[in-house]
Design a protein around this ligand. Structure first.
Ligand code: F6P
Length: 324
């Protein structure tokens, strides 16, 4: 691959608040270096279909505060096939794209890894997912907004739970990960947090629920959707064991993924977008750009997508001490 004159940028997988701030940073940093920028619509699907648009300073005006992604996003099955990737590369050539920035999560980086190796195209990834489940960055773009969305919803639920003296099971997102449940559970003072990364002793949960009944009106149990037993199953078990409890289930769903990004997410996205373009020009490829201990950090795609299974034990201890 020769000199980089044109950079392509796309968003893929589940959208996350802050993706627009990342797109803006990639576009403006490219222009700062006198490069051309092409936006790819609808992720890898749009790359295959040739939905590419030149971008300029104005294309990214006033988007830093908007949730979602102006480039739209998809989860592409076609890009998993060699034929799909070949069609995508034909469009890379047609639009004279010399390097690509992909913003997304595990699926996005898996595709980027294969594609860049197959065609020798320099590709860098920005971690854009609310799940915070990538290795090589302390936080992913969208995670902070999502956990703030959760605590604002749980604060509201707490008001009504407290008035009725109810037990609320709240199921939050995180396809394979309990990191949304863990932090938002601590932040909202949940009485218990159930996540796939740590075993739940159901008898101990029952015991604590019963004990806390003597001095607490409402109880909130945060459940990560990625657990083998989700919110519905947990609420059924509690109803069965304590028929007198007034139990309600609330599945927060996609409300967690929307809305204006927090300042933390906007700044993270801006830092990572600038770093990605600088790094492409410095010869980086096949890596995710993250922030570790407040410094820019590069992780090969195949390492970034390894599943996080270990949870910070200090956070689990905090839950134990503070939840009752
Ligand atoms: O990966 C982000 C995420 O929001 C997960 O937490 C969730 O399991 C999944 O996407 C939901 O995907 P969809 O928007 O396709 O329903």
């Amino acid at each position: 691959m020769g000199e980089i004159k044109t950079i392509g940028v796309l968003t893929s997988g589940g959208d996350s608040p802050g993706m627009n701030a990342a797109i803006r940073a990639v576009v403006r940093t490219s222009l700062y270096h006198n490069l051309n920028v092409v936006g790819v619509m609808r992720g890898y699907e749009g790359l295959i279909a040739g939905e590419l648009v030149p971008m300029n300073r104005k294309s990214v005006s006033n988007i830093i505060g908007r949730g979602g992604t102006i480039l739209k996003t998809t989860r592409s099955a076609a890009f998993r096939t060699p034929e799909g990737r070949m069609a995508a590369f034909e469009n890379i050539q047609k639009f004279k794209i010399d390097a690509l920035v992909v913003i997304g999560g595990e699926g996005t980086f898996t595709g980027a890894n294969v594609f860049s190796q197959e065609y020798g195209l320099p590709v860098l990834g920005l971690p854009g997912t609310i799940d915070n489940d990538l290795i090589g960055t302390d936080y992913t773009i969208g995670y902070d907004t999502a956990i703030n969305n959760v605590i604002s919803a749980v604060d509201k639920i707490r008001d009504t739970a407290e008035s009725h003296a109810r037990v609320f099971i709240i199921e939050v997102m995180g396809r394979d990960s309990g990191l949304i449940a863990l932090r938002s559970g601590i932040g909202s003072g949940a009485e218990a947090i159930l996540i796939p990364e740590s075993e739940t002793d159901i008898e101990e949960l029952f015991r604590r629920l019963e004990e806390s009944r003597t001095y607490k009106s409402s109880r909130i149990i945060m459940v990560a959707e990625g657990r083998h037993a989700g919110g519905l199953e947990v609420s059924e078990k509690i109803k069965e064991r304590f028929p007198k409890y007034d139990v309600r289930l609330s599945i927060l769903g996609h409300i967690q993924r929307g809305g204006s990004p927090t300042c933390m997410d906007r700044v993270l996205a801006s830092r990572l977008g600038v770093a990605a373009v600088d790094a492409l020009l410095a010869g980086h490829k096949g890596e995710m750009v993250g922030v570790v201990n407040n410094a820019i950090h590069f992780t090969p795609f195949h390492n970034a997508i390894k599943h996080i299974s270990e949870i910070n034990p200090n956070l689990l201890r905090i839950v134990d001490i503070l939840s009752l």
